[in-house]
Ligand binder design. Structure first.
Ligand SMILES: Nc1nc(=O)c2c([nH]1)NC[C@@H]1CN(c3ccc(C(=O)N[C@@H](CCC(=O)O)C(=O)O)cc3)CN21
Ligand SMILES: CC(C)C(=O)C(=O)O
Ligand SMILES: [Mg+2]
Length: 268
């Protein structure tokens, strides 16, 4: 079997097969995730919270992302069927075209196959440039953790009808600008389903209900390693005496057959 590519993901959406995404930040878990059948590994800037112990993703810098992307790329390469590696561009590393291209160059040269950026319309010049340079892009809408200070907390987004209409319009503009994938985080399930149905590109949900084309969770969260407040969208798969490998396989199976997410993992 060959590595997962952008066209593979588009084909999975077209064939209505759900796509399983997980974060990983190191070689061991990257290989385990790929071997469990995860199609996309996200080297998320959530590593600032999960690995570094910060209370937001803002302290993460591009060198952190390069280091963890390189670790993940080495583990992923040992998998029987490597996943597609997506790397978050961290806070304030993509505000201008020049800075965005330089940040993307660093993570792509470290082994990423795609970059992810948080934001709406304002990203279009950066997306256009990345796309022209051959860099696949994932956009991230809804709860965008890098904007936590503006949003006033980790809260569900797009609840009123104006915000919902704006999110749909932004997602369509981002697709038209060339993005290959879209993450929707903490968005009412009905809105996320409406956006997913209106786009050709796959939509990845986290706290966005069962109507998206793909699901993502933070690896530690789905292994039950969460401390403190556990977000509503998290499900612990490390149950029933499972090994880590079995928990990862259960996650992939439940995403594929639609068992996860259940209604209780989404927002109205
Ligand atoms: N371990 C971990 N898991 C994540 O999913 C995650 C991170 N870290 N770090 C970066 C962001 C931050 N995320 C978060 C953090 C908290 C909530 C949360 O508590 N949400 C409330 C919703 C409140 C409302 O109704 O508006 C919840 O109860 O789920 C959501 C996303 C998602 N990301
Ligand atoms: C939660 C996902 C979507 C993310 O951006 C991250 O892990 O950083
Ligand atoms: Mg992130």
């Amino acid at each position: 079997m060959t590595t997962i590519t952008i066209p593979t993901l588009a084909k999975l959406k077209a064939e209505q097969e759900k796509i399983a995404v997980l974060t990983a930040y190191d070689a061991t878990f990257a290989q385990l995730a790929a071997d469990a059948g995860v199609e996309v590994i996200l080297v998320g800037d959530s590593l600032g919270m999960v690995l570094q112990g910060h209370s937001s993703t803002l302290p993460v810098n591009i060198d952190d992302m390069v280091y963890h992307t390189a670790c993940v790329a080495r583990g992923n390469a040992r998998a029987e069927r490597p996943a597609l590696i997506m790397a978050d561009l961290p806070f304030m590393s993509y505000g201008t075209i020049e800075q965005c291209l330089e940040s993307a160059r660093k993570v792509m040269q470290a082994g990423a196959h795609m970059v992810k950026v948080e934001g709406d319309d304002w990203l279009i010049p950066m997306i256009t440039s990345l796309t022209r340079q051959g860099v696949p892009v994932c956009a991230h809408l809804g709860l965008t953790p890098q904007a936590v200070n503006k949003l006033g907390g980790y809260k569900v987004q797009g609840r009123d009808s104006d915000a919902a209409d704006a999110m749909l319009a932004h997602s369509q503009a981002l697709e038209a600008a060339g993005v290959d994938l879209l993450v929707l985080e903490c968005v009412p399930s009905e809105l996320a389903a409406r956006i997913s149905a209106s786009l050709t590109i796959p939509v990845v949900g986290i706290g966005a209900g069962a109507g998206t084309d793909a699901q993502v969770l933070v690896l530690q969260d789905m292994l039950g390693l969460n401390s403190g407040h556990v977000p509503k969208f998290v499900k612990n798969f490390m149950t029933d005496g499972r090994t880590v490998q079995q928990a990862l396989a259960a996650y992939v199976a439940e995403v594929k057959d639609g068992t996860f997410p259940a209604a209780e993992h989404g927002f109205a």
